[in-house]
Design a protein around this ligand. Structure first.
Ligand code: OOB
Length: 574
């Protein structure tokens, strides 16, 4: 962090803000207001359950307040950013509500992120602290923290490290020096926290969300999903992700006074016993996991009959698989098409099966403005594919401190370019057709081709590289890196390149699934190609070669995929 790191802000033009307030979307409520209200109304109802804890609303509030007193006691100051990297455990909520209560701003990292990503979140947000559990899924986050501290510029203000569990040389979360809590003075239009974008160019962008806009999104989502005091939401996907956090997710469930149950893994083996034991009524998955659940459900000995709604989102759910949900799981499918930047679309619970199976839903709010436009920005005829642009009461107007990305991603009148290609049907429902940008949607995890190319280009044996998405039966899309070796150097082995990527400290889901060595990238007659065209062409050639191999006729000039080149980093993220 530098002294000049700006505080994240999110500002709507005054006339829009006035309208969103007048229409009752923004109600001037903060996260702490709502937790206090639920704890007063439902002190003894269960709020959060994990393998080690069963906290009532009163208990959650008490723990959040003592966390807040500890954060302030440590010297963190209102407005400071704290990068939070916690898995699906109850403490996620005491920490996050504690940060809110102290006026601190969480920056939500996923457990899969590694040094490269965390370094970027810390630097870009100007974070004063990094907070993580000691270990998770076989990874030691204290090692990551050590590297962060070691490489930190001595001129930069110190980065505090707070550890849940065995803290070793760092500050233990369970023993913070507490100070009396001041009156809460958060404003509902303040930024409550920062989400991370999937990002199609380069590194992830930071997404500041306000109390007003975010609470509206999950309050309205909870209504659409008919959540009540009796709802039991299973957090199966990583809960720091926007989908399980707010669509309606864990926050929507707490808003409705329901119960959040946390699963350490989204696998049927972990989740099915919890559904039976806790009487789970609703959960959300990405398509590959939904497929796993559909295959496992007919064989399970666990009673899944409490499940009323299975939400699927984060990536395209094919109609063929979608049609299996009701007959196999005997519950309602809800398709969810959303983005951390804002806009979320849902199929409604009482929609006709045709709509539920074939569409990705319609927006939450009557004030979600949706445009479907062509290359020149003109609206396309109804039912035709075009680029989706949106503006509304919970869609951001700007990324944090990123003028370049803001110029590319927002129109002059404040519409966000989602990068998605959709069709809007006559009934207003959207059908997602693809992406305009060059990112890979790997089982719901968004990977920027450019970010991976930049890593591989740093390898001494790599001359050039292009990373593309390849359709994958299970993951939806997988990543494939076409690599031109540096002449004169020894040819790099694909497995060695992947190992090298891992050693750079990046999230495992970003390591290319396939690496194909090629001699050169053929250029067009003009001798020039954009990265975008090059990626499109490599992808088309690859698919042609794959199809030809399947038909037993090798295609000319195309690089056939080495069959044994796939890595095992199966995606389970959102
Ligand atoms: C969710 O959020 P992000 O920020 O990780 O990713 C957003 C992108 C969308 O722009 C779209 O490209 C893709 O993920 N996407 C879908 C989809 N849901 C998201 N593509 C096709 N079908 C769907 N149902 O992924 C997210 C945030 C909130 C709720 C649900 C998902």
């Amino acid at each position: 962090m530098t002294a000049s790191s700006p505080s994240p802000r999110q500002i709507w033009p005054e006339d829009f803000a006035a309208r969103y307030r007048a229409r009752g979307y923004w109600r001037g409520e903060t996260f702490s207001d709502f937790l206090r209200a639920r704890a007063a109304e439902l002190p003894d109802n269960l709020a959060v359950v994990d393998a080690a804890n069963r906290w009532t609303y009163a208990e959650l509030l008490r723990r959040a307040e003592s966390m807040a007193a500890g954060f302030l006691g440590l010297g963190l100051r209102r407005g400071d950013r704290v990068v939070v990297q916690l898995g699906n455990r109850a403490e996620f909520f005491s920490v996050v509500f504690g940060l809110f209560r102290a006026g601190l701003v969480p920056v939500f990292a996923l457990p899969a992120h590694r040094l490269t990503e965390i370094r970027h979140f810390v630097a870009k947000s100007g974070a004063a602290a990094y907070l993580a559990a000691d270990r998770g899924d076989g990874f030691d986050y204290r090692m990551l923290a050590r590297s962060l501290i070691l490489e930190r510029d001595t001129a930069a203000p110190p980065l505090r490290v707070l550890i849940l569990g065995e803290a070793e040389e760092f500050t233990p979360l369970h023993a913070l020096p507490m100070v009396p809590l001041p009156e809460e003075d958060a404003s509902p239009s303040d930024v409550a926290f920062v989400q991370i974008s999937g990002g199609s160019t380069g590194l992830s962008k930071l997404i500041p969300r306000t109390h007003d806009d975010y609470i509206y999104s999950f309050r309205a989502s909870a209504e659409i999903c008919a959540l009540s005091l009796r709802s039991v939401y299973l957090g199966a996907l990583p809960i720091a992700h926007n989908f399980p956090m707010s669509s309606p997710g864990t926050f929507g469930t707490l808003y409705a006074g329901g119960r959040v149950v946390l699963s350490p893994s989204p696998s049927p083996e972990a989740a099915f016993p919890l559904i039976e034991r806790e009487g789970v009524t609703i959960t959300g998955l990405v398509p590959p996991l939904a497929l796993l659940w559909l295959d496992a459900a007919p064989k399970t000995k666990h009673d899944l009959s409490s499940l009323q709604v299975l939400q699927v989102g984060g990536a395209k759910f094919t109609p063929e698989v979608a049609a299996r949900v009701r007959p196999v799981l005997r519950c309602t499918l809800q398709q969810v098409f959303g983005m951390a930047e804002g806009l979320v679309n849902y199929t409604r619970l009482d929609d006709a099966e045709e709509v539920i199976v074939n569409t990705q839903g319609r927006p939450i709010s009557p004030d979600d403005e949706v445009l479907v436009v062509d290359d020149s920005g003109e609206p396309v005829p109804e039912g035709e594919p075009g680029y989706l642009l949106t503006r509304g009461p919970y869609t951001i107007r700007a990324y944090h401190d990123d003028p370049g990305a803001n110029a590319r991603s927002f129109t002059a009148d404040g519409f966000y370019h989602t990068g998605d290609i959709v069709r809007r049907r006559a009934d207003g429902y959207l059908v997602v057709g693809g992406r305009a940008g060059d990112h890979i949607n790997r089982a719901g995890e968004k990977i920027s081709a450019e970010e991976i190319e930049d890593h591989l280009l740093a390898h001494p044996q790599v001359f050039d590289v292009a990373v593309v998405s390849i359709p994958d039966e299970y993951l939806g899309e997988r990543s494939c890196a076409f690599v031109i070796p540096r002449s004169g150097a020894e040819r790099p082995r694909p497995t060695a390149l992947k190992a090298w990527m891992r050693a750079r400290g990046i999230a495992e889901f970003k390591v290319p699934d396939q690496v194909v060595l090629v001699e050169r990238f053929d250029t067009t007659a003009a001798g020039k190609t954009s990265r975008k065209e090059l990626r499109a062409r490599l992808r088309a050639e690859f698919l042609a070669a794959q199809a030809a191999r399947a038909a037993g006729t090798p295609a000319e000039g195309a690089a056939p995929p080495p069959a044994d080149n796939r890595s095992q980093n199966g995606g389970t993220g959102a």
